[in-house]
Design a protein around this ligand. Structure first.
Ligand code: ZN
Length: 190
């Protein structure tokens, strides 16, 4: 296992995570052996700052898994997960709507949420979630704000030489949590 970001030209299979359908067909242990033991490498279960444009231009990839108990904002939101949250971050180059070459970052997360039931407050295990968000980098905050209003297929954010990738991954988990959870039939209704 190679516990670091890989550069372009790798022959290994890309796309460490799959769509929702694929998620259920992929045995957990298969994903596990492709995970980065980031904590062993960096002392932290999530990646730290990255240079956003260098990450995209280098077509770098990182992936791993983390216990949701270690995601402070997810815990604050009252959420837990059945197993670890699986995440990936993939840099790429692509064209924007004006056919200009741009730098992109795709963040994916997969997890099975457990939320308190809105009726009885007992934990409800929900269907597995597979979420993805694509970011495009702009040279300045002004440009990012302007382009973000027009972009429909990605979020545009300013280039950051120390982009907090771990925070973006946690954001993605938070944003993909269902707003409301309830049992079909509460085990012990009030
Ligand atoms: Zn309930």
């Amino acid at each position: 296992m190679k516990p670091v970001a890989r550069g372009a030209g790798s022959e290994r299979r890309r796309e460490p995570l799959r769509s929702g359908k694929g998620l259920r067909q992929t045995p957990a242990d298969k994903a596990g052996d492709r995970s980065v033991d980031l904590e062993a490498v960096t002392g932290s279960p999530l990646p730290g700052p990255i240079d956003s444009v260098a990450f995209a231009r280098g077509r770098r990839e990182l992936w791993g898994r983390i216990e949701s108990e270690r995601l402070g904002r997810v815990v604050e939101a009252g959420a837990a997960t059945v197993d670890d949250v699986r995440w990936s971050a993939v840099g790429s180059i692509g064209r924007d709507a004006h056919d200009r070459l741009r730098e992109f970052l795709t963040i994916r997360v997969e997890f099975t949420p457990i939320l308190p039931c809105a009726r009885c407050l007992a934990p409800v295990t929900l269907a597995p979630i597979s979420a993805e968000n694509r970011f495009r980098f702009a040279a300045t905050e002004d440009q990012a704000a302007r382009e973000d209003r027009e972009a429909t297929d990605c979020d545009v954010i300013a280039h950051d030489p120390a982009l907090d990738l771990g925070a973006l991954i946690e954001d993605e988990v938070l944003l993909s949590l269902p707003m409301l959870a309830a049992h079909d039939k509460c085990p012990d209704p009030l």
